[in-house]
Design a protein around this ligand. Structure first.
Ligand SMILES: C[S@@+](CC[C@H](N)C(=O)[O-])C[C@H]1O[C@@H](n2cnc3c(N)ncnc32)[C@H](O)[C@@H]1O
Ligand code: SF4
Ligand code: SF4
Length: 395
């Protein structure tokens, strides 16, 4: 994940990014993504968590969750993402949130928004929540089919309006695949229309219910088209939307190159990336699953380095920083790629593909090579109502 505007310029996440950066420089956790439950009230057909109506049998008890939040406070964690499953389905969700707030940790809730009405929006704001992140996959019929529950799209839109009315920032998230590609520019347009501050676009992760779906990933050409659009938006003085890109770190050096080609000074962003690379694995980024497992990345749920029940917070943090001492391999190695240390390639995809988390990232959009398994690009899509969907962007 990388916040493009806050990284290269000054964006809404600059303060949070600065805190994370400072924590990384101090060898502390920069941020924690915590799946507080695996239980969910939706059944999205792409879910990498394979979440359903059941909690994991060995999930942390209520007492353990509160204790864990206190340990995060003691360890100086600047920001925690409460995720899942559907985090709001955990019965002690509000108790966890109150403790996060009491510990001075900044909470963001990653939720499908089905449990947020006007009252819940008010309550979230009063519990110190400045951002929630919610998922959007396309128009109502498509979205509802994808999440498996009719009426969800309408509930998400209602929830976003209620949250914005309370001053809570909204991140509109989507998983980019051949299925959602036709709607991606409309989703960006929707984020702007609904006054969401940020859009998060994540490359398809092929695990959980997406296992074996490599052919559903969009092509290098499509990712470049989207990245060019982001660059144009960043240079448009009337647009303030922040973009976050997930699970495809090569988009960040690609965007840097596009800025440089247009005479934009990106030296500040490139310096920051030396500390906090585009793939955050090994940079103080910590993920904890509902059973207390410590993972370098939320997208690789089976890559676990220990359990928070058996490790102190500093031990878990140091175990994750160890990964950064290793160099990426193959095309992502320092001798092969000038962006090796600032990009690193997606370590979760390397793990899933080979079992070696330092292996090369074959989904690179900057140096797509012959070994790439990315499917050929369908014809470029022109999204109705989008400001520009032409390859090369609006600039
Ligand atoms: C696992 S969900 C948990 C939070 C909440 N239930 C939600 O859906 O927003 C977190 C995010 O992961 C995304 N996601 C799920 N499966 C994915 C996949 N296979 N590839 C990329 N993103 C995925 C979802 O779209 C969602 O935005
Ligand atoms: S993506 Fe989120 S809402 Fe959908 S099934 Fe997974 S956890 Fe539930
Ligand atoms: S080759 Fe690897 S490290 Fe270099 S830009 Fe591509 S994904 Fe990033």
């Amino acid at each position: 994940m990388a916040h493009v505007r806050s990284l290269f310029f000054d964006g809404p996440l600059a303060e949070v990014e600065n805190k994370a950066l400072r924590s990384a420089q101090l060898g502390r956790p920069s941020d924690v993504i915590w799946n507080i439950t695996n239980r969910c009230n939706l059944l999205c057909d792409h879910c990498y968590m394979a979440a359903d109506g059941h909690a994991k049998p060995d999930q942390l008890s209520d007492d353990e969750t509160i204790d864990l939040v206190r340990r995060m406070g003691d360890a100086g964690v600047p920001v925690v993402f409460l995720s899942g499953g559907e985090p709001m389905m955990r019965p002690n969700f509000w108790e966890i949130l109150a403790e996060v707030n009491a510990q001075g940790v900044r909470p963001t809730i990653s939720t499908n928004c089905t449990m947020i009405d006007a009252e819940a929006a008010k309550r979230l704001a009063s519990y110190g929540v400045r951002w929630i992140a919610t998922s959007m996959y396309g128009p109502a019929e498509f979205h509802d089919a994808m999440v498996g529950v009719p009426g969800t799209h309408a509930r998400v839109v209602t929830a976003i309006k209620a949250l914005r009315a309370e001053g809570v920032g909204v991140v509109l998230k989507t998983a980019l695949s051949n299925g959602t590609w036709p709607y991606i520019f409309d989703i960006i347009g929707m984020a702007k229309e609904l006054d969401c501050g940020l859009v998060y676009i994540c490359d398809l992760i092929t695990s959980g219910r997406s296992e074996g779906e490599d052919d559903s990933r969009v092509s290098v050409g499509q990712w470049r088209e989207l990245a060019d659009f982001v660059v144009s938006d960043m240079l448009d003085p009337d647009v303030t939307l922040e973009y976050d890109i997930g699970a495809i770190p090569s988009v960040i050096p690609y965007i840097a190159e596009q800025f440089i080609a247009r005479g934009v000074d990106v030296s500040k962003g490139l310096e920051r990336l030396k500390i906090m690379s585009a793939c955050p694995v090994g940079k103080g980024h910590m993920n904890i699953n509902s059973e207390g497992g410590i993972m370098p990345c939320q997208f690789a749920q089976d890559w676990v380095v220990g359990n928070i029940r058996d490790m102190s917070f500093p031990e878990a943090t140091q175990a994750l920083y160890q990964i950064d001492l290793q160099e990426s391999e193959g095309q992502c190695a320092p001798e092969a790629c000038e962006y090796s240390r600032i990009c690193r390639g997606c370590r979760a995809k390397a793990w899933q593909r080979t079992g070696d988390y330092m292996a090369e990232d074959v989904t690179c959009i900057l140096h797509p090579g012959e070994q790439r398994t990315i499917p050929a690009a369908p014809s470029a899509h022109a999204a109705p109502g989008s400001p520009c969907a032409v390859p090369g962007g609006c600039g």
